[in-house]
Design a protein around this ligand. Structure first.
Ligand code: RRO
Length: 321
């Protein structure tokens, strides 16, 4: 662990800055290791004026699909102990609609934008990815290999071969840095993580939500319109920390931790498990300022512990295991 003298540790972005795609020719340098998670922050404009976006490393958009989608039948969400289930079903206006409606706004945001994508076949993944290369302030793509709420959505990240084929297809369609978002709904994550790294993912994010279900006893029916949904929130955090720990010791590309992160302490658990950055998701619904408060907390933590860089903590729990 690198330590520096206190007088050289003024709170500064460099101590928190991170390159999430060192294997990409242009890298993916972000000022802060705190991002918002796909599906919990819309396309960015929804929180303008509420959240100080200049304190976020980046926002990750709602997932975009090749064709516009209306989403799943209602109800689409239900609260659960220490979390929630969602079955939103990817409502979005498709790439042309998103670019028409959002790209001018993205260009003016005080933090960069990472576009989340999902498609069904390698050729449609490629074509979809090709739409976003030349948009101002769009700095990377996140391939959502793990949507639990549409038919076939999970297929891309439950099998190493289809995960790799998907990553290769996105790489063929776009020159942007690529983050592959993996599912926890598998028996063994390591081979899938290795496979997407070998196929060219510049970083790996995880976890997406865990498939779950709530039944309304009075009506004797599934609560959600789509029957099952994805569990998120504090309830999933230990699963996510374990998943990040496992993947971080398997791959060399940066890992981005997601899953029930609401506080500085939560974020630090993921960093110690091996995450170079974190995404804040469900916590934003309860506290829209959660992500920027975690940035503030990390800044203080780095200063108070005389660390030259938050990178000094990444994976520290592995040497203490
Ligand atoms: O839109 C959704 O229902 C959804 C997606 Br794409 C996802 O990746 N994860 C999730 O929990 N919900």
């Amino acid at each position: 662990m690198t330590r520096v003298s206190p007088e050289s540790t003024a709170p500064s972005a460099p101590a928190l800055s991170v390159d999430l795609a060192p294997s990409h020719p242009g890298g993916l340098e972000l000022r802060f290791p705190v991002l918002t998670a796909s599906g919990t922050f819309g396309f960015g404009d929804e929180y303008q004026g509420v959240v100080d976006l200049s304190r976020l490393g980046a926002i990750v958009t709602k997932t975009v699909t090749p064709e516009p989608r209306d989403g799943n039948p209602t109800p689409r969400t239900v609260e659960t102990p220490a979390g929630m289930l969602n079955s939103i079903g990817l409502p979005n206006p498709g790439p042309d609609g998103v670019i028409r409606e959002k790209s001018a706004m993205w260009a003016d945001l005080p933090c960069p934008v990472i576009v989340s994508l999902a498609a069904h076949r390698p050729d449609t993944w490629s074509t979809l990815a090709s739409h976003f290369d030349d948009l101002a302030n769009v700095v990377a793509l996140e391939a959502n290999l793990s949507c639990p709420n549409v038919a076939g959505g999970l297929d891309f990240s439950t099998d190493p071969e289809s995960a790799a084929a998907t990553v290769a297809a996105v790489r063929a369609g776009s020159g942007l840095p690529l983050i592959a978002k993996l599912s926890p709904n598998v028996t063994n994550l390591a081979p899938i993580a290795k496979s997407v790294e070998t196929a060219g993912a510049h970083a790996i994010s995880l976890i997406n939500t865990i498939v779950g279900m709530v039944i309304e006893v009075e009506s004797r029916r599934p609560f959600l319109g789509a029957v099952t949904g994805g569990l998120s929130g504090p309830a999933v955090r230990p699963v996510a920390v374990r998943a990040v720990y496992e993947v971080a010791r398997t791959v060399h590309v940066p890992v981005i931790g997601i899953g029930g992160i609401a506080t500085l302490d939560d974020a630090l658990q993921f960093v110690l498990a091996g995450a170079s950055a974190v995404q804040v998701g469900t916590a934003t619904f309860r506290n829209p300022l959660a992500a920027q408060q975690i940035t503030d907390g990390l800044e203080s933590y780095v200063r108070d512990h005389n660390l030259a860089s938050i990178g000094d903590l990444v994976g520290a729990a592995h040497s203490n295991s």
